[in-house]
Design a protein around this ligand. Sequence first.
Ligand SMILES: CC(C)(COP(=O)(O)OP(=O)(O)OC[C@H]1O[C@@H](n2cnc3c(N)ncnc32)[C@H](O)[C@@H]1OP(=O)(O)O)[C@@H](O)C(=O)NCCC(=O)NCCS
Length: 199
Amino acid sequence: MTAHLSIFGETSIVIDEELGSDAKAREALLDRAMGAGRKRKSSEKLRRGRLPSAGLAFVARSGFGTLIGSVRLWDVSCGDKPMLLLGPLAVETSVAGRGIGAALMRHAMMRAAELGHGAIILVGDAPYYARFGFSAAKTAGVMMPGPVERERLLGCELRDGYLDGAKGLLIGRGTRAARRQSCNDAQGAAVSNRLGRVA
Ligand SMILES: CC(C)(COP(=O)(O)OP(=O)(O)OC[C@H]1O[C@@H](n2cnc3c(N)ncnc32)[C@H](O)[C@@H]1OP(=O)(O)O)[C@@H](O)C(=O)NCCC(=O)NCCS
């Protein structure tokens, strides 16, 4: 599913499902936006070696087809509750502040709700994510597999009450990426294959 954005009169920015061929540009964008330490984050332990949740990896493209934004969601569980982990979200600095991050977030959240998911967890800045409905109100019992600043561990319910009583260690439960490929190549290829099947 593709969403066309009209940002400051420019209609050519597109939010689209990620393709296998996006892997290299996506990783380069994430390196620029998040820095070299991004792979040492606790969230990364829930993602490493796994594929994003089916149908929930998105890119923003400019009118020239250049990848300028990325967001991905991952299957995790907390206790016996399945939920999604969102991240990273990143937008190219040269087009920051034009609503592309918000468009990626809203598109990803809408698709996650349509696919029947109950809640999304993320680690990020509450002043940014509050506008999408994220807060730390129901994440007190949620534990990350590594250090985290509690005020940055945020949740948003896609189904009312889904995070009530959420308690336990977050565990990655996404499909494992193929071992013989590099993680990124494998993620991209599998996303592409999935898209091919549903197209
Ligand atoms: C955070 C990020 C995705 C926002 O993308 P964007 O396309 O610039 O966002 P939007 O245009 O939708 O929103 C811009 C607004 O968010 C605010 N904002 C951006 N980052 C913020 C933050 N960390 N905390 C609070 N507000 C923030 C901007 O000041 C701006 O506010 P305004 O609307 O009042 O002017 C982008 O800045 C980015 O890639 N940052 C580096 C990576 C990162 O930190 N990702 C989030 C953690 S996973």
